[in-house]
Design a protein around this ligand. Structure first.
Ligand SMILES: Nc1ncnc2c1ncn2[C@@H]1O[C@H](COP(=O)(O)OP(=O)(O)OP(=O)(O)O)[C@@H](O)[C@H]1O
Ligand SMILES: [Mg+2]
Length: 459
């Protein structure tokens, strides 16, 4: 397809001349006699390159450069300047013009400049497209969700991934702490290095130390060979110290020392070896409380807690529950049961009601099981684990941002109406006024609820 070029010049003859030359080279050309007209035309014509005169009656070509740089930064603008007015050409480049050409010009040099600008344009679009694709793959895949909480989390992780700061990732079990740590690694400067995770709660104290720092040959009975610990395995990469809250006291002291010196001493050795890894720690425990109770060293806590990333519980992420459910459903269905394509409405409601104490992991497991069990192409409520299928929401909050329990909208409405009525001292006219509904509507609702309005609701 031929490229589209917009020519802007208040001199009709010049416009015509340029247009003819460019059309002769099979470009599609539009002309505008003023900046205002060019701006108008640009929207429908979507030029790939703009050629503009600088001195025109009305707005100048400089203003056009500025405007395009602002609104269509990918469209190169070439200014046509009178011979010897280098200064205005430079000024134009400064406000965003891509190139300039002196008047009078021959057709060949005009074509050359235009071609170069077009190449630039297509490169810019390609880079942008690739970047968008990469960005999406990176963020969308790892941390599914678009609740405010998750958007905030992603933006924090994005900022932190550009730093080397030690990060403490906290959050309830199954919220995605490891996913968050991985995301930090995958988006940071160390992404081509290794990501090594060690679970500090899974090993006995003696083994843990050698796993962390390595050991020399003969350090203990089973140490037949020398072994590098995770600090060295994570060289030029990231080390995740998972379940850091479970670290035994003696190892805490050694870890603190290693972090402070940026060196490790392998078990059984005398020499300290420098390491080069970004450190991320994570825990589902309240470390501050552990510090207060004396089971976690305060100095180590401050070493690790340079920046804290709190991964929010699933029940505070609203509709993300369904996004995640769809995500897992698609994944598990594609592995084994492609005929399963979605969730029934009833199942979706159960998922929204349930408070997810085991967070994303619990949801994942529930969906995996449901996809495997269902006899239908849509997962039904009965396919969900009993505790979820039969869950009855008990506590209902009517609140804004800190709504922790997810309840049906109807339920929120009911509680709110009762609360307002209570606040109005049982005065239905006043309550109806406050709610901006008619008294009739209010009566009807109260009848539906089958409640005695004067009673306290306990909400
Ligand atoms: N936002 C998310 N999008 C997609 N998958 C997620 C998300 N969060 C967590 N998961 C998945 O949920 C499971 C639990 O996540 P992860 O292991 O990171 O949790 P955790 O907080 O480290 O849990 P624990 O406290 O038990 O160690 C994993 O399978 C992970 O891939
Ligand atoms: Mg974990």
């Amino acid at each position: 397809m031929s490229s589209r070029i917009l020519i802007v010049d208040d001199d009709k003859a010049t416009c015509r001349l340029m247009a003819l030359g460019l059309q002769g080279a099979h470009y599609v050309v539009e002309t505008a006699a003023s900046v205002a007209q060019a701006q108008e035309l640009a929207r429908s014509f979507e030029p790939q390159v703009v050629l503009t005169d600088l001195n025109m009656t009305g707005k100048s070509g400089l203003e056009l450069c500025r405007d395009f740089a602002d609104r269509w930064p990918d469209v190169p603008v070439i200014v046509v300047t009178a011979f010897g007015s280098m200064e205005s050409a430079i000024e134009a480049m400064r406000v965003g013009a891509y190139d300039f050409i002196n008047k009078p010009f021959d057709m060949d040099s005009l074509l050359l400049v235009v071609e170069r600008a077009l190449r630039h344009h297509s490169l810019r679009s390609e880079v942008k497209r690739l970047r968008a694709a990469v960005g999406q793959a990176g963020w969308g895949d790892s941390i599914v969700g678009n609740s405010t909480k998750v958007l905030e989390l992603r933006s924090l992780l994005s900022r932190l991934s550009k730093t080397e700061a030690t990060v403490l990732v906290t959050g309830e079990t199954g919220t995605g702490k490891e996913v968050a740590a991985r995301t930090l690694h995958d988006h940071g400067a160390r992404r081509n290095g290794p990501f090594v995770a060690i679970n500090c709660s899974a090993l006995p104290e003696s083994l843990l130390e050698s796993e962390l720092f390595g050991h020399v040959k003969g350090a203990f009975t089973d140490a037949h060979t020398r072994r590098a610990g995770v600090f060295l395995q994570a060289d030029k990469g990231t080390l995740l110290l998972d379940e850091i809250g479970e670290l035994p006291m003696p190892v805490q002291a050694k870890l603190l020392r290693a972090l402070e010196e940026r060196r490790v001493r392998p078990v059984g050795g005398d020499a300290e070896v420098p390491f080069d890894a970004r450190i991320i720690a994570s825990t589902h425990r309240d470390l501050e409380q552990a510090v207060a109770l004396g089971s976690f060293r305060e100095d180590l806590f401050y070493r690790l807690n340079v920046v804290q990333v709190a991964v929010p519980p699933l029940r505070s992420r609203g509709g993300d529950v369904l996004l995640l459910a769809q995500h897992f459903l698609r994944r598990f269905a594609s592995q084994s049961r492609p005929e399963v394509v979605g969730l029934s409405e009833a199942a979706a409601m159960r998922l929204m009601d349930y408070p997810w104490p085991g967070n994303v992991r619990e949801l994942r497991n529930a969906i995996e099981r449901a996809v495997a069990l269902t006899a239908f192409d849509h997962v039904r409520a009965e396919d969900l684990p009993e505790r979820i299928a039969r869950f009855e929401p008990r506590h209902v909050l009517v609140a804004g941002d800190d709504l922790e329990e997810l309840v049906p909208l109807e339920e929120v409405e009911k509680r709110y109406i009762l609360r307002v009525l209570q606040a109005a001292g049982g005065n239905k006219s006043l309550a109806a006024q406050t709610l901006r509904v008619s008294r009739r509507t209010l009566y009807r609702k109260l009848e539906e609820y089958g409640v005695e309005p004067a009673k306290p609701t306990g909400a």
